[in-house]
Design a protein around this ligand. Structure first.
Ligand SMILES: [Zn+2]
Length: 165
């Protein structure tokens, strides 16, 4: 297993990638400080100082804030406790008719708006598109995943999760 230097990991970040892919790349735990380098690069790129515990999307992180572990956008917008679904406090654009769906999935890639709508979740702080989900109309907003932070630190990083202040 090759060791990844910081430049390689920066390329990885810039080329990519929502969290599930990143998780796959990082989960080959033999290179134990890979996550630390990854985290360090992300930390250098944001303008706030709360410690990043885990990236959960291209622009979203679980951070250790003074008032608890929260989801934060790289613009600094805070979505609140990481155990709550951050999408519920995002701006939402629903593409629920054929014309608006075809703006992104033209022609035969389109879906029937009676059966499926596209929901775009946007950061209120920087208006970046953070996440897109497709769901049947009326279906509750999907909570992508609730990471087990304790287990991630214990089993993958082999050290305790940083203490709450
Ligand atoms: Zn933002």
């Amino acid at each position: 297993m090759p060791s990844y230097d910081k430049t390689t990991i920066e390329d990885l970040i810039d080329g990519t990638l929502p969290w599930p892919s990143t998780r796959t790349i990082m989960s080959s735990y033999k290179d134990e400080d890979r996550f630390d380098v990854y985290r360090e690069i992300l930390q250098e790129r944001v303008e706030w100082s709360e410690e990043i515990l885990l990236p959960i999307g291209e622009h979203l992180y679980i951070v250790q804030a003074e008032h608890g572990r929260i989801v934060k956008c790289d613009c600094g917008h805070e979505f609140g406790d990481y155990r709550q679904n951050w999408k519920l406090s995002a701006l939402v654009r629903v593409r629920g008719d054929r014309a608006s769906i075809e703006e992104i999935y033209p022609g035969r890639y389109s879906c029937d708006p009676e059966w499926m709508e596209i929901r775009e979740f946007i950061c209120p702080g920087c208006t970046t598109l953070l996440e897109v989900e497709a769901a049947p109309p009326g279906f509750p907003i999907v909570f992508d995943f609730l990471p087990d932070l304790e287990a991630f630190y214990r089993d993958w990083l082999r050290r305790p999760l940083p203490e709450q202040h």
